[in-house]
Design a protein around this ligand. Sequence first.
Ligand code: ADE
Ligand code: ZN
Length: 333
Amino acid sequence: MPIPKAELHLHIEGTLEPELAFALAARNGVDLPYADTEELRKAYDFDDLQSFLDLYYGLMAVLRTEADFEELADAYLARAAGQGVRHAEIFFDPQAHIARGVPIGTVVEGLSRALDRSEERHGVSTRLIMCFLRDESAESAMETLRAARPHLDRIIGVGLDSAEVGHPPAKFKEVYEAAAALGLRLVAHAGEEGPPSYITEALDVLRVERVDHGLRCVEDPALVERLAAERVPLTLCPLSNVRLRTIDVLADHPLPRMLDAGLMCTVNSDDPAYFGGYAGDNFDAVREALGLDEERLRTLARNSFEAAFLDRDAGEEALRARYLAEVEAYSFD
Ligand code: ADE
Ligand code: ZN
């Protein structure tokens, strides 16, 4: 069994495997511009974040009903469980669905049907985080937060994703203030393709508690020092970085240097159906390509539970403690 871990950076729409995409397309009468799963997989040869996003948003056309979202999430949770994931904080992109005429209620209710049974079925505790699309307007984000109001008992936080460069975090200051006032937890993608200054802005203007990716902090030694001192969790996604050509090959990934610098790194899968692997695959890949020893893998697993949003009450802290004990007790052979 793989080491127990929490997955903190996972877009549920990015778990749509080609086989399920074709099954849902047939069920919903949606025409896909690919002959079959093989042709679709061949299109997963990305130049950058935008070329991936174009395909990712296009393929969402097959997701229409509560049952579709339930099936998508249940398939992810089954796979994640098999890779040692014990807790998953799952992103979704409401604006990408609302724009296609699928209301946020359909998405949240469908996902919740799978999430509500996840502990019992898969042994995975779950939380939901809604992301705003940063290449849409701040007004659209605010409207989306408003649309989410009836569902906030199901949603623990907000995030910020989609095309990063040219869309700095500060654009969403007001909507993050509004989300904080509603008691929501705050995260944002920053420093994936965008400059280190976006990471600083996400911390200082949006007041995020975790940074998604944060990879490009390594270009700014003062920022690295700050992130380490403040123990800001970074949700790294190594296979994603290679597939989106942020780095050339996994052996060049700065993860070992980042750990040496005292950064609170976690390893996650981002969009596993597109990037060649789920959470455990990412652990295996960095172990092999970067020669991480067992203690470093244990640190990554420990960090994932320490950075999880499991601090609402004593029950949640007890769950975190149980997961952390599983990490300490884990034997690699
Ligand atoms: N949406 C889905 N995956 C993403 C990523 N890696 N970066 C930004 N937005 C995304
Ligand atoms: Zn992401």
